[in-house]
Ligand binder design. Structure first.
Ligand code: SAH
Length: 223
Protein backbone atom coordinates (compact mmCIF):
# COMPACT_ATOMS: atom_id res chain seq x y z
CA UNK A 1 0.00 0.00 0.00
CA UNK A 2 1.24 3.43 -1.01
CA UNK A 3 2.24 5.44 2.09
CA UNK A 4 0.10 8.29 0.74
CA UNK A 5 -3.04 6.23 1.03
CA UNK A 6 -2.38 4.34 4.27
CA UNK A 7 -4.28 6.79 6.48
CA UNK A 8 -7.22 6.92 4.12
CA UNK A 9 -7.29 3.15 3.99
CA UNK A 10 -7.35 2.91 7.80
CA UNK A 11 -10.21 5.41 7.94
CA UNK A 12 -12.10 3.36 5.36
CA UNK A 13 -11.62 0.13 7.33
CA UNK A 14 -12.93 1.92 10.43
CA UNK A 15 -16.01 3.00 8.47
CA UNK A 16 -16.55 -0.54 7.27
CA UNK A 17 -16.43 -1.75 10.89
CA UNK A 18 -19.03 0.89 11.77
CA UNK A 19 -21.27 -0.14 8.83
CA UNK A 20 -21.04 -3.76 9.91
CA UNK A 21 -22.36 -2.76 13.33
CA UNK A 22 -25.06 -0.51 11.84
CA UNK A 23 -26.36 -3.35 9.67
CA UNK A 24 -26.00 -6.18 12.18
CA UNK A 25 -29.74 -6.68 12.56
CA UNK A 26 -29.95 -7.39 8.84
CA UNK A 27 -26.80 -9.42 8.34
CA UNK A 28 -26.55 -11.15 11.71
CA UNK A 29 -22.87 -10.15 11.81
CA UNK A 30 -21.08 -7.93 14.29
CA UNK A 31 -17.67 -8.34 12.65
CA UNK A 32 -16.26 -9.52 9.35
CA UNK A 33 -13.59 -12.19 8.94
CA UNK A 34 -10.24 -10.48 9.68
CA UNK A 35 -8.77 -12.19 6.60
CA UNK A 36 -11.33 -10.40 4.44
CA UNK A 37 -10.44 -7.04 5.98
CA UNK A 38 -6.73 -7.80 5.45
CA UNK A 39 -7.42 -8.61 1.81
CA UNK A 40 -9.18 -5.26 1.41
CA UNK A 41 -6.27 -3.49 3.06
CA UNK A 42 -3.86 -4.96 0.53
CA UNK A 43 -5.75 -3.79 -2.58
CA UNK A 44 -4.86 -0.25 -3.76
CA UNK A 45 -8.40 0.95 -4.52
CA UNK A 46 -7.07 4.17 -6.08
CA UNK A 47 -5.67 2.04 -8.92
CA UNK A 48 -9.20 0.85 -9.79
CA UNK A 49 -10.95 4.20 -10.18
CA UNK A 50 -10.67 6.76 -12.99
CA UNK A 51 -7.72 9.14 -12.61
CA UNK A 52 -9.89 12.19 -11.79
CA UNK A 53 -11.63 10.33 -8.92
CA UNK A 54 -8.49 9.08 -7.20
CA UNK A 55 -8.88 11.50 -4.32
CA UNK A 56 -12.26 9.85 -3.58
CA UNK A 57 -11.02 6.27 -3.97
CA UNK A 58 -11.09 5.50 -0.23
CA UNK A 59 -14.51 6.98 0.43
CA UNK A 60 -17.07 4.39 1.44
CA UNK A 61 -19.39 4.68 -1.55
CA UNK A 62 -19.61 3.52 -5.16
CA UNK A 63 -17.86 5.53 -7.89
CA UNK A 64 -18.51 5.73 -11.65
CA UNK A 65 -16.08 3.78 -13.84
CA UNK A 66 -17.52 4.71 -17.27
CA UNK A 67 -20.06 2.96 -19.51
CA UNK A 68 -22.75 3.76 -16.93
CA UNK A 69 -21.16 1.28 -14.51
CA UNK A 70 -19.78 1.64 -10.99
CA UNK A 71 -17.13 0.21 -8.68
CA UNK A 72 -19.13 -1.02 -5.68
CA UNK A 73 -19.09 0.53 -2.22
CA UNK A 74 -16.17 -0.88 -0.19
CA UNK A 75 -18.41 -2.01 2.70
CA UNK A 76 -20.56 -3.98 0.24
CA UNK A 77 -17.46 -5.54 -1.36
CA UNK A 78 -16.25 -6.53 2.11
CA UNK A 79 -19.63 -7.99 3.09
CA UNK A 80 -20.05 -9.93 -0.16
CA UNK A 81 -16.53 -11.32 0.14
CA UNK A 82 -17.22 -12.35 3.74
CA UNK A 83 -20.49 -14.04 2.77
CA UNK A 84 -18.63 -16.18 0.21
CA UNK A 85 -16.51 -17.55 3.07
CA UNK A 86 -13.45 -17.77 0.80
CA UNK A 87 -10.85 -20.46 1.46
CA UNK A 88 -7.29 -20.64 0.04
CA UNK A 89 -8.03 -23.50 -2.35
CA UNK A 90 -11.27 -22.08 -3.74
CA UNK A 91 -12.03 -21.52 -7.41
CA UNK A 92 -14.38 -18.53 -7.66
CA UNK A 93 -16.52 -17.12 -10.46
CA UNK A 94 -17.37 -13.43 -10.55
CA UNK A 95 -20.06 -12.05 -12.86
CA UNK A 96 -19.47 -8.33 -13.50
CA UNK A 97 -15.72 -7.57 -13.49
CA UNK A 98 -16.24 -3.81 -13.80
CA UNK A 99 -13.01 -2.22 -12.56
CA UNK A 100 -11.59 -5.54 -11.35
CA UNK A 101 -11.61 -4.39 -7.71
CA UNK A 102 -13.81 -7.16 -6.27
CA UNK A 103 -11.77 -9.69 -8.26
CA UNK A 104 -8.54 -8.28 -6.78
CA UNK A 105 -9.89 -8.56 -3.23
CA UNK A 106 -10.89 -12.17 -3.86
CA UNK A 107 -7.55 -12.92 -5.54
CA UNK A 108 -5.81 -12.40 -2.21
CA UNK A 109 -8.01 -15.01 -0.52
CA UNK A 110 -8.54 -17.86 -2.98
CA UNK A 111 -6.65 -19.98 -5.52
CA UNK A 112 -8.19 -18.63 -8.70
CA UNK A 113 -10.78 -16.08 -9.79
CA UNK A 114 -12.60 -16.27 -13.12
CA UNK A 115 -14.40 -13.04 -13.88
CA UNK A 116 -16.86 -12.26 -16.68
CA UNK A 117 -17.65 -8.78 -17.97
CA UNK A 118 -20.23 -8.04 -20.66
CA UNK A 119 -18.77 -4.62 -21.67
CA UNK A 120 -15.71 -5.50 -23.74
CA UNK A 121 -13.85 -2.26 -23.06
CA UNK A 122 -14.22 -2.63 -19.28
CA UNK A 123 -13.03 -6.24 -19.49
CA UNK A 124 -9.93 -5.25 -21.45
CA UNK A 125 -9.12 -2.40 -19.05
CA UNK A 126 -9.63 -4.56 -15.96
CA UNK A 127 -7.52 -7.40 -17.38
CA UNK A 128 -4.67 -4.98 -18.13
CA UNK A 129 -4.96 -3.31 -14.71
CA UNK A 130 -4.94 -6.63 -12.84
CA UNK A 131 -1.92 -7.80 -14.85
CA UNK A 132 -0.04 -4.57 -14.17
CA UNK A 133 -0.76 -4.82 -10.44
CA UNK A 134 0.47 -8.41 -10.35
CA UNK A 135 -2.77 -10.35 -9.80
CA UNK A 136 -1.64 -13.49 -11.61
CA UNK A 137 -4.53 -15.67 -10.41
CA UNK A 138 -7.39 -13.70 -12.02
CA UNK A 139 -8.67 -14.43 -15.50
CA UNK A 140 -11.06 -11.96 -17.13
CA UNK A 141 -13.21 -12.77 -20.15
CA UNK A 142 -15.79 -10.84 -22.15
CA UNK A 143 -19.09 -12.61 -21.82
CA UNK A 144 -22.65 -12.71 -20.55
CA UNK A 145 -22.70 -14.03 -17.02
CA UNK A 146 -26.16 -15.52 -17.52
CA UNK A 147 -24.39 -18.52 -19.02
CA UNK A 148 -21.76 -18.67 -16.29
CA UNK A 149 -18.34 -19.96 -17.38
CA UNK A 150 -18.86 -23.68 -17.87
CA UNK A 151 -15.25 -24.46 -18.84
CA UNK A 152 -14.00 -23.91 -15.28
CA UNK A 153 -17.08 -25.08 -13.37
CA UNK A 154 -18.00 -26.17 -10.80
CA UNK A 155 -17.10 -23.26 -8.51
CA UNK A 156 -16.64 -23.17 -4.75
CA UNK A 157 -18.18 -19.71 -4.74
CA UNK A 158 -19.91 -17.40 -7.21
CA UNK A 159 -20.40 -13.66 -6.78
CA UNK A 160 -22.65 -11.57 -9.00
CA UNK A 161 -22.02 -7.81 -8.81
CA UNK A 162 -25.06 -6.63 -10.79
CA UNK A 163 -28.72 -6.99 -9.84
CA UNK A 164 -31.05 -9.46 -11.49
CA UNK A 165 -34.76 -10.11 -10.97
CA UNK A 166 -34.12 -13.83 -11.44
CA UNK A 167 -30.95 -15.73 -10.54
CA UNK A 168 -29.57 -17.29 -13.76
CA UNK A 169 -30.07 -21.07 -13.46
CA UNK A 170 -26.64 -21.73 -15.06
CA UNK A 171 -24.98 -20.09 -12.05
CA UNK A 172 -26.78 -22.36 -9.61
CA UNK A 173 -25.84 -25.35 -11.77
CA UNK A 174 -22.17 -24.31 -11.83
CA UNK A 175 -21.96 -24.10 -8.03
CA UNK A 176 -20.27 -27.03 -6.26
CA UNK A 177 -22.13 -28.92 -3.56
CA UNK A 178 -21.14 -27.06 -0.40
CA UNK A 179 -20.69 -23.87 -2.46
CA UNK A 180 -22.04 -20.36 -1.92
CA UNK A 181 -23.55 -17.83 -4.32
CA UNK A 182 -23.95 -14.16 -3.41
CA UNK A 183 -26.17 -12.08 -5.67
CA UNK A 184 -28.24 -8.88 -5.53
CA UNK A 185 -31.79 -9.85 -6.53
CA UNK A 186 -34.43 -7.40 -7.69
CA UNK A 187 -35.55 -5.03 -10.44
CA UNK A 188 -33.32 -2.22 -11.78
CA UNK A 189 -32.72 0.68 -9.37
CA UNK A 190 -34.94 -0.20 -6.38
CA UNK A 191 -36.20 -2.95 -4.10
CA UNK A 192 -33.08 -5.08 -4.42
CA UNK A 193 -31.85 -7.49 -1.80
CA UNK A 194 -28.45 -9.11 -1.42
CA UNK A 195 -29.10 -12.85 -1.20
CA UNK A 196 -26.90 -15.75 -0.11
CA UNK A 197 -27.58 -19.15 -1.65
CA UNK A 198 -25.90 -22.23 -0.24
CA UNK A 199 -25.87 -25.57 -2.01
CA UNK A 200 -25.61 -28.49 0.41
CA UNK A 201 -23.78 -31.74 -0.31
CA UNK A 202 -27.02 -33.26 -1.63
CA UNK A 203 -27.41 -30.35 -4.07
CA UNK A 204 -30.31 -28.74 -2.18
CA UNK A 205 -30.41 -24.92 -2.21
CA UNK A 206 -30.91 -22.78 0.86
CA UNK A 207 -31.62 -19.14 -0.01
CA UNK A 208 -31.68 -16.25 2.42
CA UNK A 209 -31.92 -12.48 2.21
CA UNK A 210 -29.05 -10.53 3.77
CA UNK A 211 -29.39 -6.79 3.14
CA UNK A 212 -31.27 -4.24 1.01
CA UNK A 213 -28.84 -2.95 -1.63
CA UNK A 214 -28.60 -0.88 -4.83
CA UNK A 215 -26.69 -2.31 -7.79
CA UNK A 216 -26.51 -1.58 -11.50
CA UNK A 217 -28.63 -4.09 -13.45
CA UNK A 218 -27.37 -7.36 -14.90
CA UNK A 219 -27.80 -6.89 -18.65
CA UNK A 220 -27.84 -9.43 -21.46
CA UNK A 221 -29.68 -12.64 -20.74
CA UNK A 222 -30.62 -15.67 -22.74
CA UNK A 223 -34.10 -16.23 -21.34
N1 SAH B 1 -17.29 -5.96 -9.44
C1 SAH B 1 -17.15 -4.65 -10.00
C2 SAH B 1 -18.43 -3.85 -9.91
C3 SAH B 1 -19.01 -3.83 -11.24
S1 SAH B 1 -20.58 -3.08 -11.53
C4 SAH B 1 -16.00 -3.89 -9.38
O1 SAH B 1 -15.43 -4.36 -8.39
O2 SAH B 1 -15.63 -2.84 -9.91
C5 SAH B 1 -21.32 -4.43 -12.41
C6 SAH B 1 -20.63 -4.85 -13.69
O3 SAH B 1 -21.41 -5.92 -14.22
C7 SAH B 1 -20.59 -3.78 -14.76
O4 SAH B 1 -19.27 -3.60 -15.18
C8 SAH B 1 -21.45 -4.37 -15.88
O5 SAH B 1 -21.00 -4.03 -17.17
C9 SAH B 1 -21.34 -5.85 -15.62
N2 SAH B 1 -22.42 -6.67 -16.17
C10 SAH B 1 -23.72 -6.35 -16.29
N3 SAH B 1 -24.41 -7.38 -16.83
C11 SAH B 1 -23.51 -8.38 -17.03
C12 SAH B 1 -23.62 -9.70 -17.57
N4 SAH B 1 -24.77 -10.20 -18.00
N5 SAH B 1 -22.50 -10.46 -17.62
C13 SAH B 1 -21.29 -9.95 -17.21
N6 SAH B 1 -21.14 -8.72 -16.70
C14 SAH B 1 -22.23 -7.94 -16.61
Amino acid sequence: MDEDYALEMQALLDEIDADVLDTRLWTGRTALDPRVLDALRRVPRHAFVPEHLRSSAYENHPLPIGHGQTISQPYIVALMTDLLRPRPDDIVLEVGTGSGYQAAVLAGLVRRVYSLEIVAELAVQARERLRRLGYGNVEVAVGDGHRGWPEHAPYDAIVVTAATPRIPPALIEQLKPGGRLVVPVGPPRFDQELRLLSKDVAGQIEDKGVLPVVFVPLTGGID
